[in-house]
Design a protein around this ligand. Structure first.
Ligand code: PLP
Length: 393
């Protein structure tokens, strides 16, 4: 069967592919350490699970409004007010099947064939594919390593054309862990306002910030920027709820209405039980969120120091999320490989450590390590990588 043109150039998610390959090797009896995961390794807090069980027992197992339960929207609105002092109406919020689905739906409703979306590199793997699936064209801007992988207003302005519809800002960033400061966001925002470009602000790692760094939403900076921005967020990373699939978008009413109409013909609604669980995530105690954040920070501080001891690895210290994104170009050369992709493949086959090659994020000299796993395994994995490279030198 000939498949639709739409999917002919679709590449599967690199991160999910690596995780699957590592699991496959593990199942075959190999002692593989997987550092590819994009999800917290903690259990979902018990009170959230209890809320889901209660919802089921109370019969909340039916369709919900397509845009999400009123009660959950109310909790999301409260959260925006408390965390960012942002005020939204229920009509400015849509609950989706994860932040990924919120982004997918957003691009479907804002892009016409040939419309351009500016994507800073390194980027989260799904952005370009989602833009292309909506008929859009990804336009890349290189976040330089010497500028902590962040783009400048001049760089942004230099790629704007008549077809530019939106720019994606992901702070804290997957894969780099970098955070844009308030000043940097204000400067980028000015360019977006000047050229009337929609800002897609993916804030899914908002709660995972370290070393005293703060998350600021670009929408907080002025009423004009709030109008210009669609915020994407969710409970996957903050509350260790990746499998529950609850994310959301907040912003312009017309856009949210179109997204809700589209959802009404695709998903109908996010799972009712998961919505009740997300409601409990926001209304209940937030201590578990802070405990997880602290655990990630402790791991980061220990593991970062060890990582930079690996010959040929250099790394900007991440400020948020749960990834390290070292440059391994020199290590690849020293170990006799032409590319970092080849090094990553050899590390999996020979050293039995699964990393994600930076090429999937638009940064072919880098590799991504997730530290969403135990410190013991992280230390073991870093030791394996170090020994592997030293042996090959
Ligand atoms: N945005 C970024 C930058 C991510 O890293 C992820 C998950 O890996 C998502 C969005 C999607 O999150 P969700 O699980 O809510 O779909």
């Amino acid at each position: 069967m000939k498949l639709a043109k739409r999917v002919s150039s679709l590449t599967p998610s690199t991160t999910l592919a690596i995780t699957a390959k590592a699991k496959e090797l593990k199942a075959a009896g190999y002692d593989v350490i997987g550092l590819g995961a994009g999800e917290p390794d903690f259990n979902t807090p018990q009170h959230i699970i209890d809320a889901a069980v209660k919802a089921m027992n109370e019969g909340h197992t039916k369709y919900t409004p397509s845009g999400g339960l009123a009660g959950l929207k109310a909790e999301i609105i409260k959260k925006f007010k408390e965390d960012q002092n942002l005020s939204y109406e229920p009509s400015e919020i849509i609950v989706c099947v994860g932040a990924k689905h919120a982004l997918y739906t957003l691009f479907q409703v804002i892009l016409d064939e040939g419309d351009e979306v500016i994507i800073p590199t390194p980027y989260w793997v799904s952005y370009p594919e989602q833009v292309k699936l909506a008929g859009g064209v990804p336009v890349y801007v290189e976040g330089l390593e010497e500028n902590q992988f962040k783009i400048t207003p001049e760089q942004l302005e230099s790629v704007i054309t008549e077809r530019t519809k939106a720019v994606i800002i992901n702070s804290p960033s997957n894969p780099t862990g970098m955070i844009y400061t308030q000043e940097e966001l204000a400067a980028l925002g000015e360019v977006c306002l000047k050229h009337d470009i929609l800002i897609v602000s993916d804030e899914i790692y908002e709660k995972l910030v370290y070393g005293g760094h703060k998350h600021v939403s670009i929408a907080q900076l002025s009423p004009e920027l709030k109008k210009q921005t669609i915020i994407i967020n969710g409970v996957s990373k903050s509350h260790s709820m990746t499998g529950w699939r609850i994310g959301y978008a907040a912003g312009n009413k017309e856009i949210i209405r179109a997204m809700t109409d589209l959802a009404s013909h695709s998903t109908s609604n996010p799972t009712s039980i998961a919505q009740y669980a997300a409601m409990a995530a926001y209304s209940g105690p937030q201590e578990p969120v802070e405990e997880m954040r602290k655990a990630f920070e402790e791991r980061l501080n220990i593991i970062y120091e060890k990582l930079i001891q690996i010959p040929g690895f250099s790394c900007v210290k991440p400020q948020g999320a749960f990834y390290l994104f070292p440059n391994a170009r020199e290590a690849a050369t020293m170990a006799g490989y032409h590319t970092v992709d080849e090094l990553v493949a050899a590390l999996l086959e020979e050293a039995k450590v699964a990393l994600v090659p930076g090429s999937g994020f638009g940064a072919p000299d880098n590799v991504r390590l997730s530290y969403a796993t135990s410190l013991e395994l992280l230390e073991k994995a870093i030791e394996r990588i170090k020994q592997f490279i030293e042996q090959k030198m």
